[in-house]
Design a binder for this molecule. Structure first.
Ligand SMILES: [Zn+2]
Length: 263
């Protein structure tokens, strides 16, 4: 997907502005219940060699711009972390997952990791979100796959997102949380809102116990739009058609890789 590389026009570009944007998004994540206690983390690309990230051990709702830590590709603090408010703070151990996303998607500018309640609940219940439900989500995110389980804050966390993050901007981490990416912190956060919204609607549909399918031909039109906006990656259309059941209309149904529908 084209995010315009490192030129994040229209979004925070100076280090100070990025720090402030991370703080603002942290407050939103906390106030909307996407993180509990000191859970979750946010990072943004500063330049080709450095990233700004939330430190470990702080509530995302009560951070200050000076507490952000600057790290390198190994997740090690660099530069100004030895002074000021970030002096005694360390980068989150979940930063390996963020760095993997930047490795796999060189065009992105930010990664947001949260523990949204409905998304985590459904992943534990074995209900997949890799299916077609909301028109705008099909256009913008394609679908929302779930990774294999990995121990949080371990190197496995980076391994389980490796393949899926190449194809999709919003993932569920099995029994753990979410990873969303974007051209900047704000866009990565909005993708988190979309993810949890799909999860909440799915949760409510399960309570009601019934659901109407898309009208015939509707999904193809949404996939056409995704293609027109330049968001469709090679091979993805077939995967989405299979996940949506749209292929049944065309008579060609490739087997979906990770679109098991539980209800
Ligand atoms: Zn986590």
């Amino acid at each position: 997907m084209s995010y315009g590389g490192y030129q994040k026009s229209g979004s925070a570009t100076t280090e100070r502005a990025i720090r402030e944007e991370i703080v603002r998004v942290g407050q939103l994540m906390h106030s909307r219940g996407y993180v509990t206690a000191t859970d979750g983390n946010i990072s943004a690309r500063l330049d080709r060699e450095r990233f700004i990230a939330t430190p470990s051990g702080l509530s995302k709702g009560a951070m200050s711009p000076d507490q952000m830590v600057v790290i390198d590709w190994e997740g090690k603090p660099v530069g100004g972390n030895r002074y000021g408010a970030a002096r005694d703070l360390k980068p989150s151990s979940e930063i390996l997952l963020h760095l993997e996303a930047y490795r796999q998607r060189p065009e992105i500018g930010a990664v947001v990791h949260a523990h949204p309640v409905h998304a985590v609940t459904l992943s534990i219940a074995g209900v997949s979100l890799a299916r077609c439900l909301l028109p705008e989500v099909i256009i913008n995110l394609g679908m929302i796959p779930t990774t294999e389980y990995a121990t949080p804050a371990s190197p496995e966390g980076a391994v389980v997102i490796r393949e899926l993050i190449r194809q999709y901007d919003a993932l569920i981490l099995q029994r753990h949380g979410s990873v969303t990416i974007g051209k900047d912190v704000w866009e990565a956060y909005l993708n988190l809102e979309k993810l949890e919204n799909v999860a909440e609607i799915t949760f409510k549909l399960l309570q009601i116990g019934r659901e109407l399918p898309f009208p015939a031909g509707a999904v193809e039109k949404l996939l056409d739009k995704r293609e027109k906006h330049g968001l469709m990656l090679p091979g993805q259309r077939e995967e989405l058609e299979a996940a949506c059941g749209a292929c049944q209309l065309s008579g060609y149904c490739p087997s979906p890789r990770r679109s098991q529908v539980v209800f």
